[in-house]
Design a protein around this ligand. Structure first.
Ligand SMILES: [Mg+2]
Length: 471
């Protein structure tokens, strides 16, 4: 809420510290000041540092370079037209003094040889969606997306599996670079404020972890504008009180801050920020309701085996993610994109929740056949009825594995009965087929973790129409 007579900076600051969700479209180039001296090793004590702030580096411009490698090392500016403004510029272009929200015509004067491109927001959104679902959501669903290229992540739960916040940050950076040929920066701290300031100072293509004991010191080396929420007008107001840096701010009492800002909420926000404190939780919005994987083929293909192999790879990938996140899926969906870029999806609800690729995959094959208008008996067909450009699958209806009373499927129940009749079932050993498969896949996770992802893959059985199993 902006009160009469209150400078704009105050209003933003109040919002920031009241957990209000404000969406300020400012382009996606960060103009927050960075301090070279801040980009250093702050120590290795990660205890309590469970908040990650992830921010893509020059996102729009980087995506353009990724799809036009010929622009690498050239200044790339997004936003053309005499009356438009720059919405992104890569680091090469920034060397010419180009900034977001600058008139494109001015940018052209500063950098006449730059590559100027129109904004392709659909492409950037699609890539953003993919990065969030294919990388970020593999770590946790505690993700608060702030913009198309930025999010906070609460990894306190994920640490059980990942052991260290830095390992998570490194994995994310590696995946984003490898899969999409762009870079991101990661800040790691105990709260959102310091995590964000850390990622800003880690840029470009860096990672900065600030141990809890050093939060205040880190924040206090910054200029006032280094605190997100302090804009030009608030800075001016504080300057008038003799406050020129965060260190100065930290010397002010709550009372004088209230006088300086005229607002108890802003005063509290500044008081806490100056000490590297922030009690806003990471607040996921729409929870990641599904985990998916998809790939585009090098060439459009009608080859049944090629498409099912791709689905198998996707199932393996997705099931691994589910197990890592302690989730089970109740739904499976197959997505196909065709050469004319149209696409189709088809889903199915499972008899019982699963996190096993060997359970997901046969469903995907059945869905694929249905989407192709092919009978189930055509499982050994060589060719699909039409070529596809992309194939993928996703697992939805996610439930916590711990909460999911793993209902037994009818097959399992029959098998269990048989076991019981034979007197071989025990309480401690996995007795049903699905439990055995899950156990086998979980064992593979451990091998992959140690030796790399491509090191091993479970031969997933394909259930033929007659119910026989084949490799
Ligand atoms: Mg960014």
């Amino acid at each position: 809420m902006r009160h009469a007579g209150m400078p704009a900076g105050f209003a933003i600051f109040e919002h920031l510290f009241q957990n209000c969700r404000i969406v300020v479209y400012h382009g996606i180039m960060s103009t927050a000041p960075r301090i070279a001296a801040a980009k250093r090793d702050w120590g290795h004590d990660e205890v309590g540092c469970t908040v990650l702030h992830i921010d893509m580096d020059a996102f729009f411009a980087s995506l353009e370079v990724a799809r036009h490698p010929e622009y690498a090392d050239k200044p790339v500016i997004i936003g053309i037209g005499n009356r438009s403004v720059v919405s992104a510029a890569n680091y090469e272009a920034r060397k010419y003094g180009i900034n977001s929200a600058m008139a494109s015509s001015r940018a052209r004067k500063l950098c006449p040889n730059g590559v100027f491109l129109p904004v392709d927001i659909h492409y950037y959104r699609e890539m953003s969606r993919r990065i969030f679902t294919e990388v970020f959501s593999r770590v946790t669903d505690r993700i608060e997306q702030v913009s198309v290229d930025e999010c906070y992540m609460d990894v306190s739960g994920a640490l059980l599996r990942w052991k260290s916040p830095r390992a998570i940050g490194a994995w994310i950076r590696d995946q984003v670079a490898r899969r999409y040929h762009i870079t991101c920066s990661v800040g790691i701290a105990a709260n959102k404020l310091v995590a964000k300031m850390a990622s800003t100072n880690a840029k470009p293509d860096g990672m900065l972890m600030i141990p809890v004991a050093r939060h205040a010191e880190f924040v206090q080396m910054m200029p006032l504008r280094g605190i997100p929420g302090i804009g030009p007008s608030l800075e001016k107001r504080l300057n008038a009180w003799g406050v020129d840096s965060v260190a100065d701010l930290a010397k002010m009492s709550m009372e004088s801050l209230e006088q300086a800002t005229g607002s108890a909420i802003s005063a509290r926000g500044l008081y806490m920020a100056a000490r590297g404190l922030d009690d806003r939780p990471v607040a996921p919005r729409a929870q990641g309701k599904s985990v998916g994987a998809e790939r585009t083929f090098d060439k459009d293909t009608q080859d049944m085996r090629q498409v099912t192999s791709m689905l198998r790879w996707c199932c393996d990938d997705v099931a691994g993610t589910l197990r890592r996140r302690g989730l089970m899926a109740r739904k499976v969906m197959v997505k196909l994109r065709f050469p004319d870029l149209s696409y189709a999806t088809k889903g199915h609800t499972l008899d019982c929740p699963t996190d096993a690729a060997s359970m997901l995959y046969p469903q995907c094959v059945a869905l694929l056949l249905a989407m192709m208008g092919m009978p189930e008996s055509s499982i050994d067909a060589i060719s699909l009825t039409r070529p596809v450009r992309l194939a993928g699958m996703s697992a939805g209806g996610l439930v916590e594995a711990a909460d999911a009373a793993v209902q037994l499927s009818l097959d399992d129940m029959l098998e269990e009965q048989n076991e019981a009749q034979r007197g071989r079932g025990t309480d401690t050993e996995p007795s049903t087929q699905s439990e055995r498969l899950r156990g086998a896949e979980a064992a593979l996770d451990a091998v992959r973790l140690k030796y790399g992802k491509g090191s091993v893959r479970l031969g997933i059985w394909r259930t033929g129409p007659s119910g026989n199993l084949e490799h």
